[in-house]
Design a protein around this ligand. Structure first.
Ligand code: LLP
Length: 416
């Protein structure tokens, strides 16, 4: 459930009219709802109940300081994949001791920074990475808390680009090598084995693969215990899907409860979840203005002022996101349009074959844009990235200003 709804034919974000935001701040514009973000975070956190746990929001989904600070105030942990994301979490008031650091290619300086900040755990993806973390920890005279990301080899049944738990993926350590890799980790004097981790993919719409993965990891944890390696936390990753169109993913409550249920009787094993999309996607929209209606030979186009550089998912994954009018019943005749941006690529579309009753000058809202929207935006075609607004009740806070042209060449130098 989210807090974007029509009131008398006008789209509202909580108590703020989206038209007024578009008029005041210009378009394209990202608009987030704080109440929605918080509701989604609580849905995970509450469903786990009494079992020791931590929700580590996946920062890559939406790393705006407004979003991170709202979640930090709830006591959230964070899943990061770079030194930059850690810096954002700290700047937003997040607690480094609730941070897990994922990713296959951590650089030594990122590892050093994370150790200096006192993060909770490194989710390690290979043997060379273990050696690198051990060396950096030694140079700082400390011990690094680590967990191994195990590849449980389950089919997440999602888009191949965002499926990560299969043997063919670059991620994690094969189950068959898990014990020996844990033994290696335990033998390195500047590492402390604390956890086990997995992440099988994103936008999953069934509970089954999550449960399968969890069961496989629990077996491994028991096997390790027999060899004297005690795992204190189990991180089951992120990946719960959301409704973009007609998908019916399990509710976060049902998902989190299913995970917690499997942990029954293991009160010494803390459960960590790393949801990104399920918290942020439907807590955001992207607002865009129709610039022109163009009648092509075979198709009609609604040319809007947002493009693939602002919202990449449709171009990159052929992702479908709902496009709705900001004001209903404008009086225009409904027609089928490809909603396209101004970027010079055929792949630059926001939606195809959409039935819309619109004229030039109307505002449209692209739904489910709160996750992997702005974070994947670029300056392609030298376009300034959009502003981001956080709505909180009847308040609208600019959480990122629109870029200006001077920002486009920041750090560049002309030749003399
Ligand atoms: N943890 C790890 C280690 C991850 O790699 C990811 C996402 C997450 C957590 C969060 O997954 P979520 O709960 O958001 O599904 N750009 C793509 C999604 C890529 C996801 C990559 N990893 C998209 O727009 O669909």
């Amino acid at each position: 459930m989210d807090f974007f709804a029509y009131k008398e034919g006008q789209l509202f974000a909580e108590d703020v009219s989206v038209t007024s935001l578009a008029q005041q701040h210009g378009t394209p514009l990202y608009v987030y709802s704080r109440a929605t973000l918080e509701r989604h975070w609580h849905a995970f956190n509450d469903a786990i109940g009494e079992h020791p746990h931590l929700i580590c929001y996946a920062v890559k989904a939406n790393s705006n300081l407004g979003v991170l600070s709202a979640l930090a105030k709830l006591g959230s942990g964070f899943d990061i994949v770079s030194g930059g994301e850690l810096a954002r979490v700290i700047e937003a008031g997040g607690d480094a001791s609730k941070v897990v650091f994922s990713g296959v290619g951590k650089k030594s300086d990122e590892i050093r920074y994370a150790l200096q900040q006192g993060i909770m755990c490194f989710n390690v993806e290979s043997e060379p990475e273990l050696h690198r973390i051990n060396a950096v920890a030694e140079s700082l005279g400390t011990q690094a808390p680590i967990s191994l990301r195990i590849n449980p080899d389950v089919d997440a049944k999602t888009h191949p680009y965002i499926s990560t738990g299969l043997k063919a993926n670059k991620f994690g350590i094969a189950r068959e090598r898990a014990i020996q890799t844990y033994e290696l980790a335990a033998s390195l004097s500047h590492l402390k084995v604390v956890g086990m981790d997995c992440h099988i993919g994103s936008q999953l719409t069934e509970i089954g693969p999550f449960v399968d993965a969890l069961e496989r990891l629990l077996l491994l944890i028991d096997e390790l215990a027999e060899r004297g390696i005690v795992i204190e936390h189990l991180d089951v990753g992120g990946g719960l899907g959301v409704t973009y169109d007609d998908e019916e993913p399990p509710h976060p409550k049902a998902y989190a409860a299913a995970m917690a249920e499997k942990m029954d009787g293991r009160s010494n094993l803390k459960l960590i979840l790393e949801p990104g999309r399920a918290i942020a996607a439907n807590a955001g929209i992207m607002v865009t203005e129709v610039e022109f209606i163009k009648q092509g030979e075979e198709k009609s186009f609604a040319i809007v002022d947002a493009a693939m550089n602002d919202l990449l998912r449709p171009a990159l994954y052929s992702a479908w996101q709902n496009i709705i009018p900001v004001i209903q019943g404008s009086g225009a005749t409904p027609h089928t349009y490809d909603v396209v941006g101004p970027v010079c690529e055929t792949g630059d579309f926001i939606g195809k074959d959409r039935e819309l009753a619109i004229c030039a000058g109307d505002f449209l809202a692209v739904r489910s844009a709160g996750a992997y929207g702005f974070t994947m935006a670029s300056n392609y075609n030298s376009r300034c990235r959009p502003a981001e607004i956080m709505v909180d009740g009847d308040e609208a806070i600019v959480v990122r200003e629109r870029e200006i042209q001077k920002d486009l060449w920041k750090g560049e130098h002309k030749l003399t």
